[in-house]
Design a protein around this ligand. Structure first.
Ligand SMILES: [Zn+2]
Ligand SMILES: [Zn+2]
Length: 177
């Protein structure tokens, strides 16, 4: 859905849409959409700026930072966004905006795609890191076993895992004799 300033100048647009997984490009390999994204919003033109306000809801699948298992997280976000035409920004302002006004968005040409706005909002709503549970035991740094579901043998064997590769070489050497 394209939000065109010329259309918005005539009337505000009410948006009620559902985006199936795979239809939005999040520009991220960190997560994938697990359920349709539902959005209810209103777009209007306010003093030459595109204003979009409303809410979105979906579920995404991320990877636990400790054990790398899939974690499904709910994303609900209210937003009230303003986008200025890129052409209205002077050189001087551009420099200034980089420093302080990161809240302000911009659009180029006649408008912007709702899909891009939503993808950005989902990215902003997600935490930097997720863990599947607060007591996730993670992976064994030596053998890579997921310590939530399996007993790792590194500790019980009592041998120092740092020497494991060396021991293996020794064994191979002994076998060859
Ligand atoms: Zn985990
Ligand atoms: Zn281990």
């Amino acid at each position: 859905m394209y939000l065109d300033v010329h259309d918005l100048a005539l009337r505000k647009t009410r948006i009620r849409k559902s985006y199936a997984p795979g239809t939005l490009d999040f520009h991220s390999g960190e997560f994938r959409q697990a359920e349709p994204l539902e959005v209810r919003a209103t777009a209007e033109l306010v003093e030459g700026q595109i204003r979009i306000y409303g809410s979105l809801h979906t579920r995404v699948e991320l990877v636990c930072a400790r054990c790398l298992d899939a974690v499904v997280d709910e994303v609900s976000r209210d937003f009230d966004l303003f986008y200025r035409p890129m052409a209205s920004v002077t050189r001087e302002e551009e420099v200034h905006l980089d420093d302080e006004d990161t809240e302000v968005g911009f659009f180029e040409g006649d408008g912007l795609f709702l899909a891009d706005v939503l993808a950005e909002q989902v990215n902003l709503a997600l935490p930097m890191k997720v863990i599947c549970s607060s007591d996730c035991r993670g992976l064994c740094p030596h053998c890579g076993a997921n310590l939530n579901n399996e007993e790792c043998r590194c500790e019980s064997s009592g041998s120092d895992p740092r020497f494991a590769p060396l021991a293996r070489v020794k064994q191979d050497w002994l076998k060859k004799q």
